[in-house]
Design a protein around this ligand. Structure first.
Ligand SMILES: *Cc1c(COP(=O)(O)O)cnc(C)c1O
Length: 291
């Protein structure tokens, strides 16, 4: 297993005619390059939870996710590298054939426990958490997606990797909003953080904290259209950068769309965070993508 390698992160400058035309600069911070299984932002979000786990002296880590979860795979891989027993509580009944993600997590030694979608909805409640503590005594409960203050603290370290202070805007995808919160805490006073929710239900917002572009969820979480996959192929063709359909493609689509519509004034410098997640593309029908 290769180690996590922060030095692999690059800040790629994008050079497409639209940008010159609109006078906007666009770069992409490639967190996706740090590891094949520990996807981009998940490492930063899990990092301090891991430190906390070690302090508690718990015997293992238990966490949650869906069948194609980047977080489940990242946790399984980190625990494998660290020799930590781990259990994944997976949303939905056990399928006849496991997804590629869950197969890989099992190979890393993660024990999977499937629960119904209805029960899964309850995972934040104190009753549920109490039951987990009874059922799996001595296990450290890692919030889904590495959420919480510890996750946000890890995200703050992204500012130490590359010089981001020159950018007027930093854009990221929003799932649990841990990355978004971490970026808001660490940004320069004048920088604007643009968040593009991967889920339905957000409203368009613009205030001093940042800007939410809520209309680019393409139907909801992990939903997509042929327009999105066409965009992903086109973006790959013109930049050589692969995106994932759940998070980063929706963010890039939103940013390019807003540039095209002249929503950014000339001189704007945007940095998009490539938060990884490429393994999730394996859930798409074969042939959907050219990369
Ligand atoms: C988990 C994930 C996100 C969402 O991050 P949050 O901190 O949960 O908002 C974005 N992009 C990728 C690739 C992810 O795996």
């Amino acid at each position: 297993m290769p180690p996590i390698d922060i030095s692999k992160i690059t800040l790629d400058h994008i050079d497409i005619p639209l940008l010159k035309e609109m006078g906007v600069q666009l770069s992409i911070l490639r967190l996706d390059k740090i590891h094949p299984f520990i996807s981009g932002n998940k490492w930063f979000k899990i990092k301090y939870h891991l430190v906390d786990f070690k302090k508690t002296g718990s015997k293992g880590i238990i966490t949650f996710g869906g069948a194609w979860s980047n977080h489940i795979l990242a946790t399984a891989c980190i625990c494998n590298m660290e020799g930590i027993p781990t259990i994944g509580i997976i949303r939905g009944e056990k399928p006849i054939e496991l997804s590629d993600t869950l197969k890989q997590a099992t190979e890393f030694g993660m024990r999977l426990e499937f629960i119904s979608r209805t029960n899964y909805l309850d995972r934040g409640s104190s009753d549920f958490i109490q039951q987990i503590k009874i059922d799996y005594p001595g296990y450290y409960l890692l919030a889904e997606g590495g959420a919480g203050i510890l996750g946000e603290k890890g995200i703050g370290e992204i500012f130490q990797i590359a010089t981001l202070s020159d950018f007027t805007h930093i854009a990221c995808s929003i799932g649990t909003a841990t990355m978004w919160n971490g970026l808001l805490s660490g940004k320069e006073p004048n920088q604007i953080i643009i968040g593009v929710p991967a889920l339905k239900g957000y409203t368009q917002q613009s205030h001093q904290k940042g800007q939410i572009l809520a209309d680019f969820h393409f139907g909801g979480y992990a939903k997509y259209t042929s327009e999105l996959t066409r965009f992903m192929n086109g973006f790959y063709n013109s930049t050589g950068i692969p995106t994932d359909f759940v998070y980063t493609a929706k963010m890039m689509y939103a940013i390019i769309d807003h540039i095209r519509k002249g929503m950014f004034s000339p001189g704007t410098k945007i940095c998009c965070i490539h938060s990884g997640g490429l393994q999730g593309n394996n859930s798409l029908p074969k042939g959907s993508l050219i990369f």
